[in-house]
Design a protein around this ligand. Structure first.
Ligand code: V47
Length: 371
């Protein structure tokens, strides 16, 4: 029972929902649909804030991380119509780093402070898994304290297919090389009607879920995402969120959910519009209310801008992601945010929103540093 929630203080259409949240009753598909369609977005955010405060109090998390994208060459370049990052071999904007380049980027700016490398890339047609294992080993040798959060379920699925291994064998080998957890990318929208339009031929929902289920069974944590703001309908997102919640009921392996706002530039989907601020807040709030078993909801500042991410902290989000340093996936799709935020900038955003900034590691353990 959340006594602080007074349903009568919410707009009439949200009152039954507010009463359910007050009483700790799990939201169902119809409630989730209401969250995703109500015009009363700020009151919805207020309701999500009550849940967020119960879970995390006045704390908002960030980390000192560095994104690295070793290659953007991808076998799914034509399949993933929403992606502005992927390239075919030989295309002008294609790149493939050497191990030394990966290590140099890892060292740049981040230095010893970095606690996480977030490493994802295109699904490269010819690079063997051994290349990635060596990269992980090389990073661990040079940055032994950094956590390696690497490879979307799509990349893991490709390694299994290419090397004729089971998902479990792939993960076991990558863990032996230094893998610490999986990021949440590649989920997009699970529903086949949407997948057929935006990423036909890529891993389907069951396969994405099976990669994460296997990882969780092996003791690895992971994140999960949902890409919204393109051709999907609210019903597709309800299905997506409930599938994630069901897997979390089963395994408890997700750390965080990250709603990802579609960016329309430089890809083949042919849509023009960016999501609006209220729509971004709606997805944060909906996630916090519906995904009652996933501990963290991240407002990824690169995606929604630092200004909106700051407001999202009062609408259900408790985490901003980190310093990032170099981001390509969203910037190639039209993001106009800066490439990196410093620790003082992240702390200022959090403080001015009325929260206490807490640096965390990838697994959400607080990090205490000497002043
Ligand atoms: O899987 C690709 C999305 C994802 C576009 O786990 C696009 O902590 C919008 O998953 N417009 C990769 N989105 C990013 C990702 C992520 C980010 C931050 C933190 C974590 C985490 C994970 O980006 C892809 C895809 O869903 N994406 N292209 C685009 N044009």
């Amino acid at each position: 029972m959340r006594a602080a929630i007074a349903p009568e203080r919410f707009p009439e259409p949200l009152r039954p929902l507010a009463a359910k949240v007050r009483d700790g009753v799990r939201l169902d598909a119809e409630d989730a649909l209401l969250c995703l369609t109500t015009p009363h977005v700020l009151p919805l955010g207020r309701l999500a804030d009550a849940v967020r405060r119960e879970l995390h109090g006045n704390v908002a998390f960030f980390n000192i991380n560095r994104h690295i994208n070793p290659t953007n060459i991808c076998v799914y370049t034509y399949n993933c119509k929403f992606c502005s990052f992927a390239a075919l071999p030989g295309e002008e904007h294609a790149w493939q780093m050497t191990h030394e380049e990966v290590y140099r980027r890892a060292a740049e700016q981040g230095g010893d402070e970095v606690t996480e490398f977030h490493i994802v890339g295109g699904v490269h047609p010819t690079l063997e898994m051994a290349w990635y294992e060596e990269m992980l080993r090389g990073l661990k040798a040079r940055f032994p304290r950094a956590h390696l959060k690497a490879f979307t379920a799509i990349e893991i699925g490709w390694f299994a297919q290419r090397e004729k291994l089971s998902i479990e064998e792939v993960l076991r080998r990558l863990v032996a090389a230094g893998l610490g957890s999986l990021p949440g990318g590649g989920a997009e929208i699970f529903h086949p009607d949407v997948r057929e339009v935006i990423c036909d031929g890529k891993l389907d929902a069951d396969e994405w879920i099976e990669v994460h289920r296997t990882a969780h069974r092996m003791g690895l944590k992971s994140n999960c995402t949902m890409l919204y703001g393109h051709v999907e309908k609210p019903e597709h997102k309800v299905d997506h969120l409930l599938r994630l919640r069901a897997l979390q009921d089963e395994t408890g392996g997700f750390n965080a959910f990250i709603p990802l706002a579609y960016h329309p530039e430089n890809n083949y989907l042919g849509l023009r519009y960016h999501t609006t601020g209220l729509d971004d807040l709606r997805h944060v709030a909906t996630a916090r209310l519906v995904l009652d078993n996933i501990p963290h909801v991240k407002a990824y500042w690169v995606m929604v801008t630092p200004k909106l991410a700051q407001i999202a902290l009062s609408c259900g989000a408790d985490d901003l992601d980190g310093t990032v340093v170099e981001e390509t996936i969203y910037h190639m799709a039209g993001a106009e945010t800066v490439q990196q935020l410093s620790r003082p900038e992240l702390e200022r955003i959090v403080r001015e929103a009325g929260f206490e900034p807490v640096e965390r590691d990838t697994l959400y353990n607080p990090i205490h540093r000497a002043a």
